[in-house]
Ligand binder design. Structure first.
Ligand code: AMP
Length: 210
């Protein structure tokens, strides 16, 4: 299965991607995590991306397309994958098509801006492996420490309220039009965010028939 997860920043794409990834045994490819690792390691891509990410702006399409073309050729992508956070623009979606990538489903997690703003303040991210938690809905076993790798959890700079509002407006302007793009290709499926992570997973599994 080649699956694209759409939805506003903070909709739960990363969390649900990890769950679907385990269920279907296919990798999740998160451009956000790839970029954060590049920033941390100070690579040329990271140096270029950081200023955009800190403002909540999108990293230029050519940088993202370069990253994706490389990543999708790795052997673990042969049986399918979940794209979390890519494509974010029509140009990126067209680049996937131009690369001959025929996705099966674009699944959009629907949630209001007000819910997102409330939710983002509680989000915590692992500085090392990128895993995400929420102080209320998905807390780590030990406060401030990643369950998976034991590293410290922090608030992402771009999860601060002002930046979140900017990311939401970028989402509505640049990324939401992708719903029409995939609808016109018969690939779009919508799921409403549910009160718990598990409930949202149930609706997603039903919608995907997995
Ligand atoms: P995310 O973790 O998916 O919310 O991504 C964090 C930030 O990385 C975004 O706010 C953008 O600055 C950048 N980013 C991630 N994926 C993309 C993409 N496909 N296109 C452009 N920028 C991206």
């Amino acid at each position: 299965m080649k699956l694209i997860l759409l939805g506003a920043p903070g909709a739960g794409k990363g969390t649900q991607a990890e769950i679907i990834s385990k269920k279907l045994n296919i990798p999740t490819i998160s451009t956000g995590n790839i970029l954060r690792a590049a920033v941390k390691n100070g690579t040329p891509v990271g140096l270029k991306a950081k200023e955009f990410m800190d403002k909540g702006a999108l990293v230029p399409d050519e940088v993202i397309i370069g990253i994706m073309n490389e990543r999708l050729q790795e052997p673990d992508c042969a049986e399918g994958y979940i794209l979390d956070g890519m494509p974010r623009t029509i140009a990126q979606a067209e680049a996937l098509e131009a690369a001959g990538i025929d996705i099966d489903v674009a699944l959009s997690i629907e949630i209001t801006d007000a819910e997102i703003e409330a939710r983002m303040t509680g989000r915590r991210t692992c500085t090392t492996c990128g895993a995400t938690y929420h102080v209320v809905s998905n807390p780590p076993k030990k406060e401030g420490v990643c369950d998976i790798c034991g590293a410290e959890l922090t608030i992402r700079k771009d999860d601060e309220p002002e930046t979140v509002r900017n990311r939401l407006s970028v989402y509505h302007r640049e990324t939401e039009p992708l719903k029409d793009f995939y609808r016109s290709r018969g690939k779009l499926k919508l799921v409403d965010n549910q009160p718990t992570i598990a409930d949202t997973t149930t609706v997603i599994f039903e919608t995907l028939g997995i």
